[in-house]
Structure formats: C-alpha cells, structure tokens
Design a protein. Structure first.
Length: 366
C-alpha cells in the first residue's frame, strides 16, 4: 500500500528523508532541500546583492547540485548574484578530463559561464606527472594544497567577490573528527566556519554546510542532474576514509550523528593561552601563510628540485632546508607568484556514497 507524503500534499511518498525520516514525494523533498539551503545562506548572510560569485565546480555530485541550486535560489529569491563556474584541471587523465566534460555541459545546461584553470599552466606540473615523482602515498597532499591555491588564483583572475564550494555536512563532520584525532586544534577551531578567508583573501563559503550527502545524491538523482560519479583514480586519503567509515557507523545507530558532530565542533573553544598559528605572508609568493614560506611554494620547490618529499616530512627539516637555501645566493626557485593560499587538509577523493545511496533508493522501505 503506497505511503502518503507527510507534507500533506496528497501525493504518494517516494523517499524517506535521511535527515528527518519523513516520507516525502519528490516535489516536497525538492522544496524542503532548497528551502534549507536558502535558510543556511540567509541566516549566515553569505551574499549581498551585486556579489560576483564563483561556484567551485568539479563536475561531481556536490558541486553540480550546488550550481543548480545556487542558480535556482538566485532566480527564486532575487539574490542579485552574478554566477560563474570555476574549475581546476589537476591533470588527472581518465578522471578530471572526463569530469570537466560534465562541467562544460553544465555550463550550457544552467547558462552559467565557465572558467577553467589548470595545474599545468599555473605550476608547470600535472597530477599525473606529480604522481610519477611522488608515488601514490602523498599525492593527495600536493593535490589539496595546489587546488586550494588554484581556486584562489582562478577567482582572482575572474575578479569575483566570493567563492562557494560544495562541501557538505558529512565532509565537515569528517574534518572535525580528523582534527580531533590528529590533535590539530588550530584547524579544529576553524573547520566548522561556514565562511573562511582573511584580510586580502577572497572569502569562501559552504552553502551545504548542513546538507547531508545522502540528500544531495537523492536530489541529483530525482532531478536527473548531469554529474560525474567516478572516483579519483589516485589513492584515496586513508585517514579521511577512517573518519568517514566511523561516521557512517555512528549514523546507523543515531541518525543525527553528522549534525551532532558539527555542533560539537562549533561549540569548541580554545583555552586562553594556548599557542595558535598566526597568519602572515609567504615571503616568496606574498600570500597568506602560517609559515614563513607557504606550503605550495615548498611543495613546488621540492618537485622542481627533484626532491618531492620536501614539505611532506617534519617541518623542522623543511625549515633547515629553507635556511640553507636562503644563504645560497645561487639558488633560483620557481614559485607561484600571484595567489593567496594556506596549507589545507588533504584532497578528498570522491567516494561510494553515490552508489550506496542509489542502492538504498531502490530498496526504499517505509
Ligand atoms: N577540480 C575542482 N575544481 C573546482 N572545484 C573543486 C575541484 N575539486 C573540488 N572542488 C570543490 O571542492 C568541493 C569539495 O571537493 P571534494 O574533493 O571534497 O569533492 P566532493 O565532496 O566529491 O565534491 P564534488 O561531488 O563536488 O566533486 C567540491 O564540491 C567543489 O566545490
């Protein structure tokens, strides 16, 4: 016997919302999903009319749904935003080249212009070549650091006011757990912020901060959005993978675990007197860094000098190397020149939630 939509619209339910357990029809689910994102955007005052906003678009489910919903809400609520898609081509053959084809189709489908910047043009390296040098153990570190900077550089080239990313509630809860497990108090303090960015840096925000990944997959599926769902061909970040598995297990016994972990992270405060990193300017490329030389410059130098492990080990070794280098006047170093950046948690590869959630959708049991 069909179950009625709990929103009392008279239609039959076709899904059970992971966030609330409500049985909903497609239309009521779409509306609830969109209204929650709208609420997140307005409650946090993410935009002001006239803002030029870059949507960081990878072609994956999160950023594809983000682009679609940003356009929809901008039109529905007259946010007054000018939107642009910004993609980074990391140079991963068989992965990013294919996902960028999806973004190019999204450009046509949503009528939002697209700008692509590549590691090759910005750094002279593709991820394929970096992996040849580093192997598959630390490649996610290079990818994460360079992508963060590449997005900043692309955004600066476009002249946008703000960047939005598709980071969702699951991503943020995982990051809270990882920072607790690593004892990384500085990142723990800032990882739940919906807006990040300091003086002189284009701010970033996460309109999906409270949106469950499972619901993003459902939304994309029922809207039949065109997105790319293959996993990154390079090794997944094992540490994030552990946090993810742990969270998924918690979610099975307590549906609100993801939001609970985010709330715990938000309530966290650092005792007075605890030493925290201070943000300064990278002495090489002139952009924001918590070290004298930023992580992107260190990693790039390692690659260019055939020492790809430079910057991956203990920071004291890096400092020694840099100190030696600054006394060696003959050393020339290719460094990024025009972008703000700070070291970030490693690149998060795409995951199997897509197929898991779709499997669940096909076996819905009210
Ligand atoms: N190559 C890229 N170009 C532009 N933006 C990117 C790129 N990779 C990631 N991003 C941005 O960072 C967000 C988080 O990226 P992450 O690597 O965690 O992928 P994800 O959670 O699978 O997201 P998506 O489904 O959008 O790929 C993405 O939603 C997107 O906004």
């Amino acid at each position: 016997m069909p179950v009625k939509c709990t929103a009392d619209c008279g239609r039959n339910a076709v899904l059970k919302r992971p966030k609330t357990g409500d049985a909903l029809c497609k239309e009521c689910f779409f509306r609830a999903f969109e209204e929650e994102v709208h609420h997140t955007i307005t409650a946090a005052k993410l935009f002001v009319p006239g803002d030029y906003v870059a949507i960081a678009a990878s072609g994956g489910k999160d950023s594809t749904v983000l682009a679609y919903v940003m356009k929809l809400l901008n039109d529905r609520y007259n946010y007054g935003l000018k939107l642009v898609l910004l993609s980074v081509d990391e140079g991963i053959t068989g992965y990013r080249d294919d996902s960028l084809e999806t973004v190019k189709r999204n450009e046509q489908q949503y009528g939002i212009p697209l700008k692509v910047v590549s590691y090759e043009e910005l750094y002279g390296w593709t991820m394929d070549r970096i992996v040849e040098q580093t192997g598959r153990r630390s490649n996610c570190t290079f990818c994460g650091v360079f992508r963060r900077q590449a997005l900043d550089r692309g955004a600066a080239l476009l002249g946008v006011d703000k960047i939005v990313t598709g980071h969702n509630a699951d991503d943020i809860a995982e990051t809270v757990l990882m920072n607790i497990l690593r004892g990384d108090v500085a990142r723990l303090q800032r990882c739940t912020a919906i807006v990040t960015g300091s003086e002189g840096v284009i701010s970033r925000s996460k309109p999906f901060k409270y949106t469950y990944e499972k619901e993003i997959v459902m939304y994309a599926y029922f809207k039949r959005l065109d997105y790319f769902s293959t996993e990154c061909i390079y090794s997944p970040n094992a540490y994030r993978g552990h946090a993810r598995v742990f969270l998924k297990d918690l979610e099975k016994v307590r549906a609100t675990s993801i939001i609970d972990v985010i709330h715990s992270g938000e309530s966290f405060s650092v005792r007075e007197g605890v030493k925290m990193p201070t943000q300064s300017i990278c002495e090489r490329c002139g952009h924001v860094s918590s070290q004298a030389v930023c992580k992107a410059c260190v990693l790039l130098e390692g690659l260019n000098k055939g020492k790809p492990r430079l910057g991956l080990g203990k920071s004291s070794k890096v400092e020694e190397h840099l100190a030696r280098q600054s006394t060696d006047s003959s050393g020339t170093t290719q460094t990024p020149t025009d972008a703000p950046h700070t070291a970030q948690p490693s690149h998060t590869p795409s995951r199997s939630t897509h197929s898991n959630t779709l499997r669940t959708l096909h076996s819905l049991d009210f």
